[in-house]
Design a binder for this molecule. Structure first.
Ligand SMILES: Nc1ncnc2c1ncn2[C@@H]1O[C@H](COP(=O)(O)OP(=O)(O)OP(=O)(O)O)[C@@H](O)[C@H]1O
Ligand SMILES: [Mg+2]
Length: 381
């Protein structure tokens, strides 16, 4: 196994955004030291203030990103505090960044990006993307849904989109389509039919993902759920490059084939520097009204894959015909039957995702410092 170097750790740390400043912690000079030997990584960080409310979030983000790297077994994060001088330097740098470094994508750096992926096709990525996005929205978050299955899009149909298409505003920004409370973007909203999409394959569509991230006016969203295409190819790499804050939820069926799928997924995560948040098991056993239990697709595969990857099992979603009909008639189970076992499981998955990857808070350390200084001034201090 190849070992991760300090330079690679630094690269991964560029995916950790300090929410108070909306820039990554390396760029902001918060990383004071990286040490790696025998699979043990020690990262020294300097926070703007020791009592920074973002402390746990930054700590968690750093650990997740670095543990995802090959050969890293443990991560220690040592938190210190910046000196007044470092603090003013940081503020100057942040201002400079905001000016110079015009946003490469239209996704706010503090938006949490969750890529729904799997080692193989047909396991329910799209169904889970749609229902998870709806569940997050029902829980009060602002949610974008990006259909990254450029050639095999299925989200517009699942959300019952008819003839509506994406439109551009006067400043040439593409406006996401508002559907069932979500901001949706999909190649299915650009082309007239699926045959035509196929025809365009390799032409303009190869740039579609980049365009969806750089030309779409996503606005303020807490979560961007990304429905990934099957397989482990170019789109994953492109997403990781364009959105370094992207993290992965892996979907699997309960069959115990974890080993092979796990290594495929782990490899993809490694190559793209995308940490895995957890595993969602889909098409798990179901119980009939008379209490009979069926495990059509086996049992335990989700937990096994989670253990293999060293991440939590986020949820186990039962096999439920309502998921199929919901997808076919454009009213996902989350909307049509929110009390059904499948919908309840998805809603539990959304809660768990929010715990694991909490929304970035608005209340910032910097805002706190400012208020503190203002308060002291008023006191005549
Ligand atoms: N929990 C479930 N219970 C019953 N059917 C399900 C469930 N989840 C998904 N399905 C059905 O399985 C089929 C495949 O689902 P879906 O299209 O979401 O998978 P996918 O992983 O996105 O596929 P692809 O790899 O082709 O993109 C669909 O017909 C869907 O309705
Ligand atoms: Mg799909």
């Amino acid at each position: 196994m190849t070992m991760t170097t300090a330079a690679e750790i630094e690269r991964a740390l560029r995916g950790v955004v300090d929410p108070e400043l909306g820039a990554d912690i390396v760029e902001l000079g918060m990383v004071k030291g990286i040490d790696v030997s025998d699979g043990k990584a020690t990262i020294k960080l300097a926070l703007t203030i020791a009592a920074c409310p973002m402390r746990d979030q930054i700590d968690g983000d750093v650990k997740r990103k670095i543990t995802a790297l090959p050969g890293i077994e443990s991560v220690t994060v040592e938190m210190g505090e910046m000196t007044q001088e470092e603090r003013s330097e940081l503020m100057a740098r942040a201002r400079w960044k905001a000016r110079e470094d015009a946003e490469p994508t239209m996704i706010d750096p503090v938006t949490r990006v969750i890529a729904i992926s799997s080692g193989k096709g047909g396991v329910g990525k799209s169904s889970i993307s749609v229902n998870l996005a709806l569940a997050l929205s029902q829980q009060g978050f602002k949610v974008g849904l990006l259909d990254a299955d450029i050639w095999g899009f299925s989200i517009p149909r699942m959300l019952g989109v008819g003839s509506e298409r994406l439109t551009a505003s006067e400043d040439k920004r593409i406006q996401p389509l508002e559907v069932q409370g979500l901001k949706l973007v999909s190649t299915g909203l650009l082309v007239d039919d699926e045959d035509k999409a196929l025809m365009w394959r390799g032409l303009m569509l190869s740039k579609a993902l980049e365009q969806f991230l750089t030309d779409v006016a996503w606005g303020e969203i807490d979560y961007l759920v990304v429905d990934m295409p099957p397989g482990t190819g170019d789109i994953q790499m492109a997403l990781a490059r364009l959105l370094p804050q992207a993290e992965m939820v892996v979907v699997t069926t309960p069959q115990k084939t974890a080993q092979k799928v796990a290594s495929r997924v782990a490899d993809m995560a490694r190559r793209s520097f995308m940490p895995v948040i957890g595993v969602v098991e889909n098409m798990a056993g179901f119980t009939t009204e008379s209490g009979e239990h069926f495990n059509l697709f086996g049992e335990g595969g989700g937990q096994e894959l989670a253990d293999e990857l060293g991440v939590p099992l986020i949820a186990s979603i039962p096999l439920d015909p309502l998921v199929v009909s919901g997808g076919d008639n454009g009213t996902p189970v989350m909307q049509s039957e929110p009390g059904s076992p499948a919908a309840l499981a998805v809603s539990g998955a959304a809660k768990r995702v929010v715990e694991l990857v909490p929304p970035v808070e608005d209340e910032t350390c910097t805002a706190r410092i400012d208020r503190l200084v203002e308060g002291l001034k008023q006191l005549g201090a």
